[in-house]
Design a protein. Structure first.
Length: 230
């Protein structure tokens, strides 16, 4: 990102390409067999958390800071990158382990938010707007857990122009307006990117990351809804 030499950027891209290509991303197979379901889930979400962390190195603009070729300002030593996790995650400690890491000299903090099922009102109704939306909007990246799939229509439209990188791991996530979706293919974690969602959030995703995507999506339901004036 800004402030990095071309050598360091190239080295970072090579490291991530190796991370994507080799055995570190094998989540459903390993040296010991059989694996228990929880062990598989723990391994899978450790890898997914590592992907989210690596994505931070390939995104500018939005809440991440200058894009469009603008020079970045001096890094505030107190600056942080806030990673939010919404919903019931199968392996919470996987994301908790990101705490203490850094991205471009900014410390990573992680905050967990309850899912929509957990924030029912006194009448047991699920709210249209998450009661912690103000805090959620302060995040740089959000990971929406599989538990939130039924509620994507409540949260993604509200966040689409807040400059947040929104990541999920459920079928249809990109089409609903998410930015990056993590998928399992051939027992490996891969990812797909919604360029329309990135554009709405004024995020610029480096071409080196786009080239590694399993697929890219240029149009989604939120874009169509905006075009129809709804």
């Amino acid at each position: 990102m800004h402030g990095l030499s071309s050598h360091n950027r190239s080295a970072g891209r090579r490291r991530f390409a190796r991370f994507l290509a080799w055995g570190v991303i094998l989540v459903l197979a390993g040296p010991r067999a059989p694996l228990y379901a929880q062990e598989i889930s723990d391994r899978e979400y450790k890898v997914k958390a590592a992907f989210v962390y690596n994505f931070l190195k390939f995104v500018v603009g939005g809440r991440f800071g200058p894009g469009d070729g603008q020079a970045g300002a001096a890094v505030d030593p107190n600056a942080v990158i806030l990673v939010g996790v919404i919903g019931k995650i199968p392996a919470q400690e996987s994301f908790a382990e990101l705490r203490g890491k850094s991205v471009q000299n900014k410390r990573v903090q992680v905050r967990f938010f309850q899912g929509f099922e957990e924030v029912r009102d006194v009448e047991q109704k699920i709210p249209d707007v998450h009661p912690q939306m103000q805090q959620i909007r302060r995040c740089h990246v959000l990971f929406l857990c599989p538990s939130e799939k039924p509620f994507l229509g409540r949260i993604l439209p509200a966040l689409q122009k807040d400059g947040i990188l929104v990541v999920g791991d459920t079928p249809g996530f990109l089409e609903a307006g998410g930015t990056i979706n993590l998928v399992i293919e051939d027992k490996k974690v891969r990812f797909e990117i919604n360029t329309a969602a990135a554009a709405r959030a004024k995020l610029q995703i480096r071409s080196s990351l786009l080239r590694l995507a399993l697929r890219t999506l240029e149009h989604d339901s939120l874009e169509r809804r905006d075009d129809e004036g709804r």
